[in-house]
Design a protein around this ligand. Structure first.
Ligand SMILES: [Fe+2]
Ligand SMILES: [Fe+2]
Length: 293
């Protein structure tokens, strides 16, 4: 069976190549005050008049808070994914590779959330929380999501973070801590993405029409939550900008919208091929900046 063959392969890769951020990261190394935390051109205000008004030090500070915000939301996504995966496997056979790999992935996510938490702590930045409406949606999905919604929502969050982190890990001008955290996450997420892509295709093939319609709406709303939650408005406060005005400027910024479209291109194309980016929910995809207006 394809499903078990994939699980066996992913279990083998996980055993050979997993990190323990508690020992693999030097948490005592000081941060470098002169280095950016993310590539400048990926920051939400880059290219706007607000950006032009910031000093080099403020730009570094803002990059720190944008990365802290993305990591905070990353933890929230991971906690939700762990809940959904636990529900997904609860009634399945624990002797199967599929269940054992899902448990392995939950273990990976557990370590990732600790790693992101420690990174935010090392930054001396706040943990930025998603909006109350998104948190309510998360609780709803955590309690109800079926296969199509679980693996589509997981893929959206994982692939968008993956694109940003692949670039960060390769950029030797950035903070070494951010590069190492990105590298660990990219290595371990590659197998999560493989798992979710294959399982999603199976779940879609099995789903009836009403489930697909419902999933189009839920998955579109999940895409909207992912991109709209990435940069918390309070991150702008760190450099003295008005949170709501700066957020509005970021969402009008063609550079930021292009970054989101670029980061989401692979997953949006895949979900579209599976028929999940259709119907009235396309408006949510447009509002998320993952497909053009
Ligand atoms: Fe993760
Ligand atoms: Fe993951």
């Amino acid at each position: 069976m394809q499903r078990e063959a994939t699980a066996a392969r992913l279990l083998k890769i996980s055993a050979a190549n997993s990190y323990d951020p508690g020992v693999d990261i030097d948490w005592d190394a000081p941060l470098d005050g002169g280095r950016m935390y993310a590539p400048e051109h990926r920051l939400s205000l880059h290219g706007t008049p607000l950006w032009d008004g910031l000093t080099p030090e403020q730009r570094i500070e803002l990059s720190k808070h944008e990365v802290a915000s993305i990591a905070s939301v990353g933890i929230w996504f991971e906690l939700l994914l762990m809940r959904m995966l636990l529900r997904h496997i609860t009634d399945q056979d624990p002797r199967s590779g599929h269940v054992q790999y899902a448990l392995t992935e939950i273990g990976d996510e557990c370590r990732h959330s600790i790693m992101f938490g420690r990174m935010i702590e090392a930054f001396g930045a706040p943990a930025y929380r998603p909006h109350a409406v998104d948190r309510a949606l998360g609780r709803y999905l955590g309690a109800t999501a079926g296969g199509v919604q679980i693996f589509a929502a997981a893929l959206i969050a994982e692939e968008i973070l993956d694109a940003l982190q692949r670039e960060a890990m390769a950029d030797d001008s950035l903070q070494p801590l951010v590069r190492m955290v990105s590298r660990i996450h990219v290595v371990e997420e590659a197998r999560h993405i493989r798992f979710a892509r294959e399982e999603l295709a199976r779940q879609v093939a099995r789903a009836g029409k009403p489930m697909l319609w419902y999933s189009q709406v839920m998955v579109g709303r999940a895409a909207y939550t992912v991109t709209r939650s990435l940069i918390h408005p309070d991150a702008y406060r760190s450099v003295g900008l008005d949170p709501q005005a700066a957020r509005a400027a970021a969402w009008r910024n063609p550079g930021f919208r292009e970054t989101l479209r670029w980061a989401g291109e692979r997953v949006t194309t895949y979900l579209d091929e599976l028929g999940l980016v259709r119907g009235p929910a396309r408006a949510l995809w447009r509002a998320s900046a993952l497909i053009p207006d």
